[in-house]
Ligand binder design. Structure first.
Ligand code: ADP
Length: 266
């Protein structure tokens, strides 16, 4: 609590009293603290690829250019790191649009089964490469839902790409949709992957939070996928949750109000 005292003076001189203002600053301080952490995280995340790019360009300059095979490997690394930085900055811009509430949803009636099949198709190449089987199942009554297709595609893309990243060869991924007891459309992405330790689960939707930073980076992750998914789902009026069993797999479920929004578009 912050306390400020302001003395009140009489016009003819002398003190009439004091006004004390008690202000709860814990929330403000928490916000400030998380803003500081965020800036530190962003700087670090940008610095890491830049440092790599610098050292590989130096190596090219120092003679690696004369060895075509080596040179092409180094250029490959530089390209990968650049791609990751572009992804990171794109994700950050996306998040900042949600933070400043500039993000507008363009809700349209969407065939849920078709949308899930589409996501599965989009990843078919990577799935085949890792010999991961994918299944799509849609419960009765799911039919059409009002949602922002581009944004929900991104949510699904982030979730399936995580399932792919954290599931070893030969595993399985399932996409499921149903109407739950509350009448919400519930979409689940389930995998048979490495799972997440209990202690990490509750922080997993935080920006830049990762169970294993090195692994996530090697997989090209930005640490922002789940936080973006949560913002998009929240903007739709739904919620998102993750269940996981270490070594067994994970399942992420998000819910959306399926009906046409009342009155003006959200
Ligand atoms: P990243 O870009 O690192 O994947 P996310 O925000 O998408 O960032 O996920 C945060 C972290 O949650 C990941 O780094 C990973 O440790 C963990 N994670 C997310 N999805 C899964 C999953 N399906 N299986 C295991 N771990 C996961």
């Amino acid at each position: 609590v912050r306390v400020t005292f302001t003395p009140i003076h009489r016009r003819e001189g002398g003190a009439a009293g004091t006004i004390a203002v008690l202000q709860d600053v814990t929330e403000q301080e928490n916000l400030e603290q998380s803003r500081r952490e965020f800036v530190a995280n962003v700087s670090h995340e940008l610095r890491t690829p830049l440092t790599t790019i610098r050292s590989y360009t130096e190596a090219l300059d120092d003679g690696a250019l004369d060895d075509p095979q080596l040179a092409s490997r180094f250029v490959g690394v530089i390209r990968n790191e650049t791609e990751r930085m572009i992804r990171l900055v794109t994700d950050l811009l996306h998040l900042s649009r949600f933070d400043s509430r500039e993000a507008r949803l363009r809700l349209q009636p969407t065939d849920v089964a078709e949308m899930l099949e589409d996501v599965a198709d989009r990843f078919s190449f990577q799935l085949r490469q890792k010999r991961i089987a994918i299944s799509v199942s849609v419960g009765r009554g799911t039919g059409t839902a009002w949602l922002d297709r581009d944004q929900i595609d991104q949510v699904l893309g982030n979730l399936v790409s995580n399932a792919l990243k954290y599931t070893p060869e030969g595993g399985t991924i399932a996409l499921e949709a149903e109407i739950n007891e509350e009448g919400m459309l519930a979409v689940t992405v389930r995998d048979s992957g490495i799972g997440i330790p209990k202690k990490d689960i509750e922080r997993i939707f935080e920006r830049f939070y990762r169970v294993d930073k090195a692994r996530s980076r090697n997989m090209g992750g930005t640490g922002l996928g789940l936080s973006i998914a949560r913002e998009i789902v929240k903007a739709h009026g739904g919620s998102i949750s993750l269940h996981s069993e270490l070594g067994q797999g994970s399942r992420v479920t998000f819910t959306l109000p399926p009906g046409k929004p009342k009155g003006d578009e959200a």
